[in-house]
Design a protein around this ligand. Structure first.
Ligand SMILES: NC(=O)c1ccc[n+]([C@@H]2O[C@H](COP(=O)([O-])OP(=O)(O)OC[C@H]3O[C@@H](n4cnc5c(N)ncnc54)[C@H](O)[C@@H]3O)[C@@H](O)[C@H]2O)c1
Length: 369
């Protein structure tokens, strides 16, 4: 199979998961990696056999690098993506696309001018669980969707991440960090959002790190750690979302979609698998639905959107985890904050081409028939 060369920028925590999926998807080939801390890049290169460790400038000048994979912290996403685009490279960036709508628009506009592609995580809507939900909704299994609910209830990342401070700065917090999984799943299933309202707060302003190596250090929370949103979808459904880093325990579901003929229980959008469950009008119980699509292996989770983009580049088809989708999600997330600040609804003006569903029956390491 023809391969696409990728260059990794940012060799922190999540780079290992990406490099593991680069090994899995046959279309991807790791060419080079870099980090502000070159020692981290060297360690990752050794672990995964990446042939070259170099500066960002050298990585961007390497003709073997076709896609720059931007795994830096959120505040560096825009700068690194723009540098890659200016060098004529396609970019696949971790979420959020940028810290602000303006930053997101600068990336999309620069890519349009250069004729390169922008992909944006998450790609989890390509997993077997969410593809099964998409098929059920598109086939009318629960009738016309009228409502949805999404809940990401947690106490934050300071108990496990080795350098968790960035999770409490603008560009992260529960909405910008975890919201993209939930919102990308929702808009892939239900289409674009046209209006939102939000209520946000910093509920626990100081955190203590309990992971190593920074155990005991304090973090000041500088972005809301509890975000409540209401969403109006263009097709009429009305949704509710809570993302929080301020809750120890909850028994709320991850995502449910409610239709005129029944309800759909959607699996964790921060995963590729199931379970998918349905309960139709008149039934008392939920029934588990067998997954109609593959790609459920969590080891491939972080590379799936990237691999889809690489295959799309080779065949000329549209990719599925697009910058436009990432921008719409960013617009909605920032909309919750704008609404909370103004006390008014925020009208969402962006939209995106809804990604084509994946074909059924594909091998696990391939994303095209
Ligand atoms: N850790 C996770 O579980 C996880 C999961 C999904 C997505 N993400 C996303 O992935 C991104 C990275 O997260 P992480 O947890 O790996 O963070 P991290 O802090 O562990 O690693 C980020 C790395 O980027 C490097 N970096 C920052 N600015 C840079 C620049 N301008 N040029 C080169 N290198 C630069 C840092 O030195 C660091 O090594 C974030 O956007 C995050 O939202 C993380």
């Amino acid at each position: 199979m023809e391969t696409v060369g990728v260059g990794i920028v940012g060799c922190g925590n999540i780079s290992a998961a990406y490099l593991r999926s680069v090994e899995t998807f046959r279309v991807l080939r790791a060419v080079a990696c870099t980090d502000l801390d070159l020692g981290r890049a060297q360690a990752r290169a050794k672990e995964f056999g990446v042939p070259k460790v170099c500066s960002l400038e050298e990585l961007l000048a390497d003709p073997e690098v076709q896609i720059v994979v931007n795994l830096t912290n959120p505040k560096a996403h825009e700068e690194v993506s723009l540098a890659a685009i200016a060098a004529g490279k396609h970019v696949y960036t971790e979420k959020p696309l940028a810290l602000t709508r303006e930053g997101g628009r600068r990336i999309l506009e620069a890519a349009r001018q250069q004729g390169v592609r922008v992909g944006c995580a998450p790609g989890t809507h390509l997993g077997g669980g969410l593809q099964t939900c998409r098929k059920l909704i598109d086939e009318g299994a629960i009738g016309r969707p009228v409502a949805c609910a999404a809940f990401m209830m947690s106490h934050g990342h300071e108990s496990w991440h080795p350098s968790p401070a960035y999770y409490y700065q603008p560009g992260a917090g529960p909405m910008f960090d975890m919201g993209p999984y939930y919102l990308t799943a929702l808009v892939n299933l239900l289409g674009p959002v046209v209006r939102v309202a939000g209520m946000v707060g910093i509920q626990i302003p100081e955190r203590t790190i309990t992971s190593q190596p920074l155990y005991g250090q304090k973090i000041r929370v500088e972005t809301p750690d509890h975000v409540v949103g209401a969403l109006h979808f263009a097709d009429g459904a009305i949704g509710t979302i809570i993302t929080t880093f301020a809750v120890w325990h909850s028994s709320l579901p991850r995502i449910e979609i409610y239709g005129t003929e029944g309800s759909l229980s959607v699996p964790d959008p921060n995963s590729l698998g199931g379970p998918v469950r349905i309960s139709l009008a008149g039934e008392r119980e939920w029934q588990e639905v067998p997954l109609t699509h593959g790609h459920t292996d969590s080891r491939t989770m972080w590379g799936i959107g990237l691999a889809d983009m690489a295959q799309a580049i080779l065949s000329g088809r549209p990719h599925r985890a697009t910058g436009e989708l990432g921008y719409h999600v960013l617009d909605v997330m920032e909309g919750f904050f704008d609404s909370a600040a103004s006390g008014r609804y925020y009208q969402v003006e962006s939209t995106f081409p809804r990604p084509a569903p994946l074909p059924q029956g594909l091998p696990e390491d391939v994303l095209d028939d």
